[in-house]
Design a binder for this molecule. Structure first.
Ligand code: NDP
Length: 463
């Protein structure tokens, strides 16, 4: 008989926690999982899933306008924020139920409580005050939006946590940040009819993406009517007599808006988790330090997902969980592979990307070939909408391998998923050229760009 109450105790019911708990339980391990809020975690409850639903909601205004070019007359349209929030809530409640069901069916014990470490193999359950022991503990507690404490008036601002459930749709919003969340929400709110301003400290939004994507999206967002203020920051936020927010910016004076939203990165949920009691080390950002097998500094304690500050993406947390199971319960040491992660920004238009940017490739390889196409999507010919699709393949000239693929346009996220397979498989540009096109699609451009648009040799563009 085991000396512990459980084989595995999982703290956190998000993507990484649920996957590790469910798989371990399905293998016959005695598993308990504790969640203090709602099962499903950031992704399901206040991240990817509701975000994508809101993206769909925000696209209808353009669909209604575009319909005219195809012969349709659309009647008067009206948007009801409360209806969207309620529909979203119903869907995430359904998904939360599925997460619970999956765990229960696998035989895991589901606990609705905050859990904290009380020692190396010991967890304290706050709801009951009980202490339990486990041979292995997985910490998968995720993160939260940075509250940006240093900003005077930050308590008057909202983050993505509140944005989904605002009591009313604001008439205007100022969003700070230039990353995934700021850009996605700027497009959502604008599409729903909110006067939207984005303020970002850098020269160009989406700092870690390919320049063509960054510039192309910036131009497309401005064309839609989103105001983008780069190289500026909010210095303070106050409330006026009408309860509106007044943001003082460094370069653009005062901006008055119904809401100010901060999307300035996310922080790991490690405060008060008892990490010190258990000897689990964190970095300067509070993220748990792990080795290649998600092992923390304390034997028997593992950490997965956003709490580790490796790559903050749902599929990455799930992958890390599966590697943990392989390593610890299937005698098959497997370390998570964080290379070539395809990703999408659900902006409007979307960005889909995998591999490295042109700039990174130019630094890494002596010579690269860049294949680039910019065109009006077919739908825009009749809708009359002024929009462009940009596609770009970055190729290492020495071995012809495609090292980066970047798309701005409709369904770019879907394309990035498939391009991810090609890049993973190590496909060369010749493999792309040999592939028959699917016509008429936008994606066919990816296999019909036969001549490089330009080359970059030793960091210099050479035509
Ligand atoms: P990001 O890291 O993407 O962006 C943070 C933004 O805040 C950057 O533009 C950054 O600027 C800026 N910033 C940070 N600190 C400051 C500061 N002190 N003053 C002014 N600006 C600042 O974080 P997000 O919050 O947007 O998203 C968190 C993570 O969640 C992402 O990294 C992503 O992994 C994940 N996510 C993924 C999505 C998807 O897959 N579609 C959607 C949403 C989130 P700078 O660039 O100059 O550093």
């Amino acid at each position: 008989m085991s000396a512990f109450d459980y084989d595995l105790f999982v703290i956190g019911g998000g993507s990484g926690g649920v996957r590790s708990g469910r798989l371990a339980a399905a293998l016959g391990k005695k598993v308990a999982i504790a969640e203090e809020f709602r099962y499903g975690g950031t992704c399901v409850i206040r991240g990817c899933v509701p975000k994508k639903l809101y993206v769909y909601a925000s696209q209808f205004a353009e669909h209604f306008e575009d319909a005219a070019g195809f012969g349709w007359t659309v009647g008067e349209s009206r948007f009801d924020w409360a209806k969207l929030v309620a529909a979203k809530e119903q869907e995430i409640a359904r998904l939360e139920g599925l997460y619970r069901k999956g765990l229960a069916n696998a035989g895991a014990e589901i606990l609705d409580t905050r859990a904290e470490l009380a020692g190396p193999n010991t967890v304290k359950l706050l709801a009951s005050g009980k202490t339990v022991t486990a041979e292995r503990i997985v910490i998968a507690v995720g993160g939260h939006p940075s509250p940006h404490d240093a900003l005077p008036g930050h308590e008057l601002c909202i983050t993505s946590n509140e944005a989904f459930d605002l009591p009313a749709l604001p008439e205007s919003i100022l969003i700070a940040g230039g990353g995934y969340i700021a850009v996605e929400f700027a497009n959502i709110f604008h599409g729903l009819g909110v006067k939207t301003t984005l303020i970002y400290r850098g020269k160009e939004i989406l700092s870690r993406f390919d320049q063509d994507m960054r510039r192309g999206l910036h131009a497309a967002m401005e064309e839609k009517g989103i105001r983008i203020l780069c190289e500026d920051i909010i210095q303070s936020v106050s409330a006026d007599a009408d309860g509106r927010r007044v943001a003082t910016t460094m370069k653009h004076g005062e901006i008055v808006a119904d809401q100010v939203m901060l999307a300035l990165g996310r922080m790991p949920n490690t405060n008060g988790l008892g990490l010190e009691a258990a000897g689990v080390r964190t970095n300067e950002l509070g993220a748990i330090i792990v080795d290649a097998f998600s092992r923390t500094s304390t034997p028997g304690i593992y950490a997965l997902g956003d709490v580790t500050d490796r790559v903050q993406l749902t599929p990455v947390a799930i992958h890390e969980a599966m590697c943990f199971i392989e390593t610890e319960y299937k005698n098959n040491p497997t370390s998570p592979d964080h290379d070539l992660i395809a990703t999408a920004v659900f902006s409007q238009p979307e960005i889909g990307t995998v591999g490295i940017t042109e700039e990174e490739a130019a630094r890494k390889f002596q010579e690269i070939e860049v294949y680039r196409a910019e065109f009006r999507p077919m739908k825009a010919t009749l809708s009359g909408r002024k929009e462009k699709t940009i596609m770009k393949l970055v190729v290492n000239a020495a071995d012809r391998k495609v090292v980066g693929a970047h798309i701005l346009g409709h369904d770019a996220g879907e394309m990035a998923q498939l391009l991810g397979i090609s890049l993973r498989a190590g496909c060369t540009k010749d493999d792309f050229d040999r592939t028959m096109a699917v016509h008429p699609t936008a994606a066919e451009e990816l296999v019909t760009m036969y001549q490089p648009s330009y080359r970059v040799r030793n960091g210099e563009r050479v035509g």
